[in-house]
Design a protein around this ligand. Structure first.
Ligand SMILES: Cc1ncc(COP(=O)(O)O)c(C=O)c1O
Length: 387
């Protein structure tokens, strides 16, 4: 029996959020109950909490192959991105006011860049190709003498395309520019080793990797210069003040340990489930198109367009049985296509009928069989009702 899913609905939205792994929950529980001390306290309760935070820090560092003191705990991926981008902008504004990012970043990057634009910074939003890939030579062309930061996501949340972060980071380093990557959707799905990637800053979101919501990490390379995010009592190397979320931190540490130990198996399993879904749907549904790179893609993400259909109508049909995300949002005055599909140039006829399915460690073959049946029946029914 699947220990994790408590409703009958098949959960295929692991890119939106994951369940908390039972071992993560077990690791966290004592820190709500017995070990509730403040890590800044000098008595026994504080010492136990402090040790737990530092143990978790080294578990995260071990997953990323970096030093423990380079791990700063945050409240999640959004905060980590805000911290990275605003932190560099504030610290280096005397050097320049130009930042490079891409058109397909999560709003936790795009909205921060929009805010900085209103405050005197200039942002270059790089385009992507039809597979959702940023071209390294476009990055090179965009670099100016006053460029202070490049922020390109590791893997895209909607289509799963993996960006050439290593190549872009090498270019940034050559030019003395700080490099940040939003790895919220890649950690636990592919290897994310910071020395290999060569980035200065990297964001993690706990609830995308079987830890709870409200916890995340910003990896800050020792040599990186950035302004502190919260002012206060000096926690987190003086960069992010505030009493630590000890249970969340312990949970994230445990989730990183699990992710490290089981990465290969998890990758294989998520890919097998994802490909089974795709093959099954292709056999039973016509006019279906995969969005995202065929190979350079995280192993769990399947973004599909159903030509001529409206995503929300399909979701209305399958919603009780299948949990997935739309790639286009329906409003009274039309359908808004996602900024990612727009940037990839997906034609409206296809884009409006786009759904994202994302598998996880707990996805089973029986769930995929059910999903193939329910989705194909719904899509064919919608199409028949149109003809
Ligand atoms: C790529 C990416 N970055 C950042 C975030 C935001 O993370 P959080 O929900 O932890 O704030 C998400 C969440 O969907 C994401 O997919």
């Amino acid at each position: 029996m699947n220990r994790y899913i408590t409703t009958k609905s098949v959960y295929l939205d692991y890119n939106a959020s994951t369940p908390v792994d039972p071992d993560v929950l077990d690791a966290m529980r004592p820190f709500f109950e017995k070990h509730f001390g403040n890590p800044s306290s000098t008595h026994r309760y504080g010492i136990i909490a402090k040790k737990a935070v530092e143990d978790a820090r080294s578990q995260v560092a071990s997953l990323l192959s970096c030093k423990s003191e380079e791990i700063i705990f945050t409240s999640g991926g959004t905060e980590a991105n805000n911290f990275a981008i605003k932190g560099v902008a504030r610290a280096l504004r005397h050097k320049g006011k130009h930042i490079i990012t891409s058109q397909i970043e999560h709003s936790a990057v795009l909205d921060v860049c929009g805010f900085l634009e209103k405050n005197g910074f200039e942002i270059t939003y790089l385009p992507v190709d039809k597979d959702g890939l940023v071209n390294v030579s476009d990055v090179k062309k965009a670099i100016r003498p006053d460029t202070i930061l490049i922020s390109i996501m590791h893997a895209n949340n909607e289509v799963g395309t993996i960006q050439p972060v290593k190549e872009i980071a090498a270019l940034a380093r050559e030019c003395g520019i700080v490099m940040h990557t939003d790895a919220a959707q890649s950690i636990g799905k592919i290897s994310a080793n910071v020395p290999e990637l060569g980035v200065d800053l990297l964001s993690i979101a706990g609830h995308k990797m079987y830890a709870p919501k409200g916890i995340g990490v910003l990896y800050v390379r020792k040599s990186a210069v950035l302004d502190r995010f919260h002012h206060g009592a000096g926690q987190e190397m003086g960069l992010r003040a505030g009493t630590e979320n000890v249970p969340g931190i312990v949970g994230l540490g445990q989730a990183c340990k699990i992710a490290k130990n089981s990465l290969e198996n998890n990758m294989k399993h998520m890919k097998k489930m994802r490909d089974m879904l795709y093959e099954g749907l292709k056999k039973r549904v016509e006019n279906i198109k995969l969005n995202g790179h065929a190979e350079k893609r995280v192993p769990n993400t399947l973004n599909l367009s159903f030509k001529g259909l409206i995503a929300n109508r399909i979701l209305d049909e399958i919603g009780l049985d299948i949990a997935a995300s739309p790639g286009a949002a329906c409003h009274s005055d039309g359908v808004d296509i996602s900024h990612v599909l727009k940037a990839m140039g997906v034609h409206g006829d296809w884009a409006k009928g786009t759904l994202r399915f994302s598998t996880g460690r707990m996805t089973t073959g029986d769930e995929i069989d059910k999903a193939i049946e329910v989705i194909s029946v719904a899509v064919n029914k919608e199409r028949n009702s149109q003809s």
